[in-house]
Design a protein around this ligand. Structure first.
Ligand SMILES: C[S@@+](CC[C@H](N)C(=O)[O-])C[C@H]1O[C@@H](n2cnc3c(N)ncnc32)[C@H](O)[C@@H]1O
Length: 400
């Protein structure tokens, strides 16, 4: 692999800004690439890939270097040097790497402790909390979360089928394969660009993680039902549910962020779906308006995002205990206040992309203890894996 001083300096600048100014790495990389228009596609991939890999393995790399984390450029050059050695990539003979040239990576690796927090690079507080909440499942989950995510597509059955989408991808020179245990999921090789493909522009498929694709069917929607997706965002799950309803019935998609609902409507149009209406949650009266209306209520609540760390490794470093506490309060408030939109006899589905019990099983138990009119029908965890992020879902029946 050929390395160039300006792109390695780009990686260092991205790390300095992300960790020094507490800005998510994807935002930093995006801005950096926009500013450096002369970089070709290889340069861009180099900067993005190595920045994310260093963010992913931040704690391990500092442990190997045996220094305290720092955002000083001189120290970051050393860290990046150790990172290349760890990946088995030969260091170029640039003076910037001189201070690290004699570093013995094999010696350091031989004395690596068995501590999950260090090997899989999680902050100490998060490692301790996850060990307490997940017990002996934590090391395997931590390992999966620390591997890069695959790009997964969901076929829009209103417009196409998996065979056709696979053939379109092949014609576009994109390597892809059908995933087992699903009739609509496709895994891509690498991270190809999709925006220019006509079938994507025409809504024949969407990008949606395989675990996320399990939530739509879990809601048990049927054609003709009234469905509310109360934390709909840009509508990943709304669109999937509309497919499962054969575009027949009614879905109201809500969110506190109007902008996301605007995006949702655009995607619905592209997907050929017309049973979706949006209702931004501007005040509490919106909830009253739908009292006892829904057959199904999906609460895909805001969460820590710890299930999607594969995709967003910076969550490890940006999430703080106080954010988590606040998020847990918001989730509690949402379930307590929004449940009234569900009809007696209807089903409430609580879902997160978190691995933590405190946002999942504990929240559901807490809700059931205050709402005896609900009964837990089922709960499931999707653990992170090669093709999936980590999710939790619980289905509760409102007794009629
Ligand atoms: C996990 S995301 C939803 C993802 C979305 N369902 C999908 O499939 O793409 C959670 C969403 O909840 C929204 N949100 C945050 N607080 C909310 C509230 N009090 N009421 C409704 N939505 C809220 C956020 O703006 C965010 O879009």
């Amino acid at each position: 692999m050929r390395m160039f001083p300006n792109t390695v300096a780009g990686v260092i600048e991205a790390l300095e800004t992300s960790f020094g100014m507490d800005i998510y790495a994807d935002k930093v990389v995006e801005r950096l690439l926009r500013r450096n228009k002369k970089w070709g596609s290889r340069d861009r991939s180099f900067v993005a890939e190595h920045t994310y890999e260093i963010v992913r393995n931040w704690r391990l790399l500092w442990w190997l270097l045996d220094e305290e984390p720092s955002t000083k450029r001189k120290t970051l050059w050393k860290l990046v040097g150790v990172y290349f050695m760890w990946r088995g990539i030969e260091l170029p003979d640039w003076p910037k790497f001189d201070s690290i040239r004699d570093f013995n990576i094999a010696d350091r690796l031989a004395s690596l402790p068995s501590d999950v927090g260090i090997i899989e690079s999680f902050p100490e507080w998060f490692d301790e909390m996850s060990t307490a909440q997940l017990g002996d499942q934590w090391p395997a989950i931590a390992h999966e979360l620390n591997s890069p995510a695959s790009v997964i597509l969901r076929v829009n059955t209103a417009k196409s089928n998996r065979k056709e989408v696979l053939s379109i991808l092949e014609q576009s020179n994109i390597s892809a394969k059908a995933l087992d245990n699903s009739e609509i999921a496709i895994a891509l090789e690498g991270r190809p660009r999709l925006n220019h493909i006509e079938a994507f522009q025409n809504g024949l498929f969407e990008v949606q993680d395989a675990g996320s694709q399990e939530i739509g069917p879990y809601v048990e929607v049927e054609p003709g039902m009234n469905v509310i997706d109360a934390c709909a965002g840009a509508g990943g799950k709304t669109l999937h549910m509309a497919n499962l309803m054969n575009n027949h019935g009614s879905i109201v998609s809500m969110d506190i962020e109007d902008r996301k609902l605007g995006e949702l409507l655009k995607r619905a149009e592209r997907a050929g779906i017309d049973i979706v209406e949006t209702d931004p949650i501007s005040d509490r009266r919106i909830i009253d308006k739908y009292e006892n209306w829904a057959d199904r209520l999906l609460l895909d609540v805001p969460c820590s995002g710890t299930g999607v760390i594969k995709r967003d490794p910076d969550t490890k470093w940006k999430l703080k205990p106080e954010h988590l506490e606040r998020t847990i309060e918001i989730q509690r408030d949402i379930v307590d206040r929004y449940e009234k939109m569900l009809k007696p006899g209807g089903k409430l589905i609580y879902a997160t992309c978190s691995i933590l019990k405190s946002e999942n099983e504990d929240q559901v138990r807490e809700f059931l203890s205050h709402h005896p009119e609900y009964e837990l029908e089922d709960e499931q965890r999707v653990n992170p894996s090669e093709f999936s992020d980590g999710f939790y879902m619980a289905r509760m029946i409102k007794k009629g």
